[in-house]
Design a protein around this ligand. Structure first.
Ligand code: SF4
Length: 492
């Protein structure tokens, strides 16, 4: 065994006994990962995070290219060309959809399909040829060209090929420097933001109201951008651009005309918000469109911002913007709360595990589960910061496991130890849940049900209820053990 292999040999450590009725589970945790896991109540809070994944630990994280693709692909009238082997382009629209109210060019996946000869002799000619074929055929408003691992290795000059293609075809052809190996998913977000920044500031903004926003960090996976846009319209606020939900190239060009950037999922688009603050003086607010409190607080924060900065515009015949927002929240809650109460009756006391890409979602989900009478006993993310986890630890109960950049081995062990009723995650977490025989709720890019806004909270509650209350779970081996006479104390 080499020294490296020795260094990542997992150590079996004992976890506290959770229930006398269940076998004690043990978590296999690599020595180097111990400082990325915290059990609330066991010692002072301390977590290492925001670092490269441990080799050999099979991180749940995606690569840099995947991060940039997630952010840019919802721009529906752009051409998205993956320069690399065909496998990199595997996540098509059909798997990770994003709805558009107009053009749907983003539903098509294009790849230069690099082969062995291209790797030996370079892929620049093949890339130029692909652009010359695709741009006249599909007439996109712009083209994004994604660099993958192999392109970084063979050294194709992406920027030069894109610049020449842009001159030939008269549209922006934008290189996205997203070589998969050069960091984690967060680097991909930054590459996407840099690519979008080249468009921002190039459009006419003369007809944009000062009472206007860009909706950032929502990707309209199941129509969520439209839900948020509707709330904003009812508050009297114009939406300039969805960045990138229901996104358009021309909207991005005009995005610098907005009075405020509202940023969800701070990891994915906050870098662009910072660039726009520095370059155009546009302030930004961090928001969350998940749950009840967070949605209401986000709407009030936007209203208060405009009441403060644009008092003359924020007041209309039906009162001020804050009053309009209060009426909106009141109406939505009046419709929502009685339905939640019904669902809560069955869910009270059940337990949930949450493992998501960005930590903002974890915060909102912890609060959302409380409205259902449920407790989150495992919570983690791919890209959270120490501050994020410290705040998460502050709002979760003692005994809750907080984990950064987890892997399937850890998640499986934690889920068995805590005996959760539902696991909330994405496409890579789904098989873990089903193999262990617990309910699953997809809260990631593969979902088809809108889970944002007040209506999203209702959809979420219905989905959790349907999954948790399914009779199927009583037949999985672990549950049979829990329900056996030995553990229930009944006579055999
Ligand atoms: S890690 Fe590299 S090879 Fe794999 S999908 Fe990402 S860009 Fe492609």
């Amino acid at each position: 065994m080499t020294e490296t292999a020795k260094a990542i040999t997992p150590e079996i450590i004992a976890c506290p006994e959770e229930s006398a009725a269940l076998p004690i589970e043990h978590a296999a945790i690599f020595e180097e990962r111990k400082d990325q896991i915290h059990r609330i109540g066991e010692g002072a809070f301390s977590m290492a995070c925001n670092r490269d994944s441990l080799a050999g630990a099979v991180s749940q994280r995606a690569c840099v290219f995947c991060g940039s693709r997630v952010v840019l692909y919802p721009i529906a009238d752009a051409l998205h060309l993956v320069h690399g082997p065909i496998g990199c382009a595997a996540y098509t629209w059909d798997i990770r959809g994003s709805l558009s109210s107009g053009p749907e060019l983003h539903r098509l996946s294009f790849s230069t399909d690099l082969q062995e000869l291209d790797v030996v002799f370079g892929g620049e000619k093949k890339l130029a040829k692909a652009l010359d074929e695709l741009i006249p055929r599909y007439e996109p408003k712009a083209a994004f060209v994604y660099s993958t691992c192999i392109v970084g290795l063979i050294g194709d000059d992406l920027a030069a090929v894109c610049k020449a293609a842009s001159q030939r075809h008269g549209i922006p052809v934008i290189p996205v420097q997203s070589e998969g190996f050069k960091g984690n998913k967060r680097e991909g977000y930054l590459a996407a933001c840099k690519a979008m920044r080249t468009l921002v500031g190039t459009g006419d903004i003369s007809d944009i109201s000062k009472l206007s926003v860009n909706i950032m960090g929502d990707f309209n996976l199941a129509g969520e951008t439209w839900i948020i846009k509707d709330y904003l319209t009812r508050m009297g606020i114009q939406t300039v651009a969805g960045i990138t939900g229901d996104g358009r190239v021309d909207d991005l060009r005009r995005a610098h005309g907005a009075g405020l950037n509202i940023v969800q999922c701070s990891g994915s688009t906050q870098d662009l918000a910072k660039m726009m603050r520095d370059d155009f003086g546009i302030p930004f607010l961090r928001v969350s469109w998940i749950g009840i409190e967070d949605v209401a607080e986000s709407l009030y924060a936007i209203a208060e911002h405009f009441e403060l900065t644009q008092p003359e515009l924020a007041t209309g015949p039906d009162g001020g913007i804050v009053e309009r927002t209060a009426a909106l929240v009141r109406d939505e809650l009046a419709a929502l709360m009685p339905q939640l109460k019904e669902l809560r009756r069955d869910l009270e006391g059940k337990r949930a595990a949450v493992y998501v890409g960005g930590s903002f979602k974890a915060f909102s989900l912890v609060k959302a589960f409380r409205h259902l009478g449920m407790e989150v006993v495992i919570v983690g993310s791919q890209t959270g910061t120490e501050e994020d986890y410290r705040e998460l630890a502050a709002i979760c109960a003692p005994g809750t496991i907080v984990v950064d950049d987890a892997n399937p081995l850890e998640l499986s062990a934690f889920i068995k130890e805590k005996d959760v009723d539902i696991f909330v995650g994405g496409v890579k977490e789904r098989p873990i849940a089903f193999k262990l025989g617990v309910g699953f709720c997809d809260h990631n890019h593969e979902r088809k049900i809108a889970l944002e806004g007040f209506v999203g909270m209702l959809n979420f509650a219905k989905e959790v209820h349907a999954s948790v209350m399914s009779p199927i779970w009583q037949f999985v081996p672990r549950r049979e053990l829990r329900n056996s006479p030995v553990n229930t104390g009944e006579e055999a």
